[in-house]
Design a protein around this ligand. Structure first.
Ligand code: ADP
Ligand code: MG
Length: 717
């Protein structure tokens, strides 16, 4: 009998144990049993060769079609050439100086063949493959597996093919006894999950497809639970630190601010505002992520939180990714506050506070003044870059840190700022992101934070109408697009034309795709052709800063009708009079980038128009991406579609290879419910028993299922 913690050597022998460790980092019985089949072959069904990818280490079930031995002229020796087939396509295999194999490689026989897929003169090859034939003689050893209907195919590596893994698994399963299920029995009952032992048997040697599905469901729960327990423990340890409570103050600046807000808060702003207000009034630090697209009203939410803290006599810091954005934030906070932000100035309101900007590039005198305001507490709100919290800047009493996160902010940085409170307390933390991410990604990538999403845009936004212009199928639509641009300009509005490339790069003839359209080519072509007579400017990132400024100013003032640009306009350009955007070679951009880009039009009171020009054909994945952008302006919906259209491996890195990875079965796309339920159950368990002292099984399972490195990766990526 053996259990999950047993020494693998004792069961499978030293040689196999060593090969498993070397090739696949499998060290324990548990590692081996958590190395799940990548797929299953059905007895008698050959693998579709068309599905193979160049460079991958593949295992195929195929039939030997013909074998041919030749003497090599150049070198002495023999070359054994074999062709295997799935019945439709062929794969060429070659063996050098292994003529003896000719006896066993008999045409007509089926087997598993494993090796790296390469191509030589357009013919797919497996060079020096390892193989296991399904014939009567060799069946004795492999019998169990090859008599089964469903044959597991494992992620394999050179020198450790799938059938060796299958045999080791079989040896382990023959003597396995899982003495205790790590998952609480109530949980198994609640979700109708099989025991660990039966799930492990079911995934490696399924008796049928139903048994396999139920096994997979249970093992997905293991993964979801392990990851969510780690996050729940982290959240627990964060919130169990002390923080200063900043409850709402009747008649403070916040109330005064609310009274004079020129608009009503959206339902989302209201709800999240209440959540934050509650978080701030407890004696433990808030750790919250606020998601919402550009323009969804995050800044107002953040400012209201900051004012609640200022009302309690503490300070708030707001961090931006760049100095320019920090200056912008300071300006807009001051604007929103009006005289409520002019403490100590002429005309400042009675209970006013002060917004202080503190950046590295300030002159010495200005910086000294800002530092003084910060340390004295005169500044209720201090705005700066991340340097603000890493520097030697002292706060009188820092109560809240708001991070406007353009790029993702690592866990260590979040930790660094948590240690910035006065005395032993941690400040409250609010992280804001403008990139909508699907719920499952938020729950795994930002698992240590509570998340809130602003999904409703403030009323009165102009809608953006998006259309795909498929020039390959409908060339006339492109003329119509230019006509629309002329119409908009004729009404006194302006337009952007976006190109993927600048056009001053050295020519490269790599690849078969034509180079993407470039600003420096398209601008003169339009000026001479379809947009003749309009005032056209060009803008890209490699222009000297002064020229760039001049062009942007000219466009902002309305001196230019049309701006032909790269994606430099994605950030920071705000011209409400621009109502149309034409994106050339739109298929070269990703979904979220297209969505960000079109956000540049429709900023004023007139509806925006966005045209996605592409040569791609209907029915391709690329066209599906464009159709998705056309179909909705809901950033969350788009991020979900993006997840669906991307190969999922892209999100958590390559989980396909034999490398040990955390989420082998769990899919961020399909298993939202499992992830959400596991998160709730994990929180309950950790609430009751933070160290998992009464759940030793779970504690062990975390170690079995999750590679610590991977968790770090999940958080940082
Ligand atoms: P974000 O920070 O999410 O990009 P902002 O908070 O800067 O968005 O809001 C964008 C614009 O919308 C600002 O001009 C702001 O004053 C305005 N705004 C915010 N909330 C509302 C609302 N509830 N109703 C109308 N306008 C709003
Ligand atoms: Mg903002």
């Amino acid at each position: 009998m053996t259990n999950l913690r047993a020494d693998l050597k004792l069961v499978v022998g030293a040689a196999t144990a060593k090969a498993l460790a070397k090739g696949l980092k499998i060290e324990t019985v548990s590692d081996l049993l958590r190395h799940y089949p990548r797929r299953y072959a059905e007895r008698g069904q050959l693998t579709d060769i068309a599905g193979l990818e160049l460079g991958e280490h593949a295992t195929v079930m195929a039939r030997i079609e013909r074998v041919n031995k030749r003497r090599m002229k150049a070198r002495s020796g023999t070359l054994l050439e074999m062709v295997i087939t799935d019945g439709k396509r062929r794969l060429q295999c070659t063996f050098f100086n292994q003529a003896w194999r000719e006896k066993e490689l008999v045409p007509g026989k089926n087997g598993l063949f494993a090796g790296k897929v390469t191509a030589f003169r357009d013919v797919l090859q497996l060079a020096n493959p390892e193989y296991e034939l399904f014939d009567a003689d060799r069946q004795a050893e492999a019998m169990d597996d090859f008599l089964a209907e469903i044959i597991p195919v494992y992620p394999a590596a050179q020198g450790i093919p799938t059938w060796v893994i299958a045999k080791a698994v079989r040896q382990v399963l023959d003597v396995l006894e899982v003495d205790e299920d790590p998952m609480p029995i109530e949980l198994l009952a609640q979700y109708g999950l099989p025991s660990l032992e039966s799930a492990l048997r079911g995934i490696h040697r399924p008796s049928g497809w139903d048994a396999l599905n139920s096994a997979r469901r249970r093992l997905k729960w293991d993964e979801a639970m392990a990851v969510q327990l780690i996050f729940a423990q982290r959240r627990h340890s964060l919130v169990s630190r002390p923080a200063k409570a900043c409850p709402h103050t009747e008649g403070g600046i916040l109330d005064a601010f609310d009274k004079r807000l020129p608009f009503a808060l959206t339902s989302g702003q209201q709800e999240i505002g209440e959540e934050i207000a509650r978080d701030l009034s407890t004696e433990h630090p808030m750790n919250r992520l606020l998601q919402g697209e550009v323009g969804s009203g995050k800044t107002v939410v953040a400012l209201r939180a900051m004012l609640q803290v200022v009302d309690s006599g503490r300070q708030a810091a707001m961090l931006a990714p760049t100095e320019v954005l920090a200056a912008q934030h300071a300006r807009s906070l001051r604007e929103m506050l009006g005289d409520l932000g002019q403490a100590g100035e002429l005309g400042g309101a009675e209970n006013a506070t002060r917004v202080t900007l503190l950046t590295g590039s300030m002159g010495a005198k200005e910086r000294k003044k800002a530092l003084l305001e910060t340390v004295s507490g005169e500044a209720g709100i201090v705005v700066g870059t991340h340097a603000l919290i890493q520097d030697t800047v002292s706060f009188a009493d820092l109560g809240l840190v708001v991070v406007d996160e353009q790029h993702r902010f690592g866990v260590e940085q979040r930790d660094a700022l948590r240690s910035r409170g006065s005395d032993e307390t941690s400040p409250h933390v609010l992280v804001m992101t403008a990139t909508p991410i699907p719920r499952t990604v938020a729950m795994t990538v930002y698992g240590d934070l509570e998340t809130s999403a602003l999904r409703v845009m403030p009323a009165g936004r102009s809608p953006i109408k998006t259309s795909v212009v498929p020039v390959a199928e409908r060339p006339a639509w492109l003329d119509r697009a230019w006509q629309r641009v002329r119409e908009e300009c004729g009404k006194g509005h302006q337009a952007y034309i976006v190109c993927p490339r600048i056009g001053d790069e050295p020519a490269s003839d790599k690849g078969d795709k034509r180079p993407a359209l470039a600003v420096l080519d398209v601008a003169p072509e339009l000026a001479e052709g379809p947009l003749k007579g309009l005032k056209i400017g060009a803008l890209h990132g490699r222009m000297p800063a002064d020229d760039k400024d001049a062009v942007m100013q000219a466009f902002a003032k309305g001196d230019l009708d049309v701006l032909v640009a790269t994606t430099v306009i994605e950030v920071g350009v705000n011209v409400p009079n621009a109502t149309a955007m034409v994106i050339m070679d739109a298929d070269r951009f990703g979904i979220s980038q297209l969505h960000q880009l079109r956000g540049r039009v429709g900023r004023g009171s007139v509806p925006g128009l966005c045209l996605l020009v592409t040569e791609t054909l209907d029915g391709t994945t690329t066209r599906e991406r464009l159709a998705a952008v056309e179909s909705t302006t809901d950033g969350f919906e788009l991020s979900r579609m993006d997840l669906e259209l991307r190969r999922e491996g892209d999100i958590l890195g390559a989980a396909q290879s034999g490398k040990k990875s955390t989420l082998k079965l769990l899919s961020l796309l399909q298993d939202e419910e499992v992830i959400a339920e596991a998160r709730a159950r994990a929180s309950e368990i950790v609430e009751k028993d933070p160290a998992l002292g009464n759940y030793l099984g779970l504690a062990h399972m975390i170690a079995d299922v999750v590679d610590e490195d991977r968790v770090e990766y999940l958080e940082k990526s």
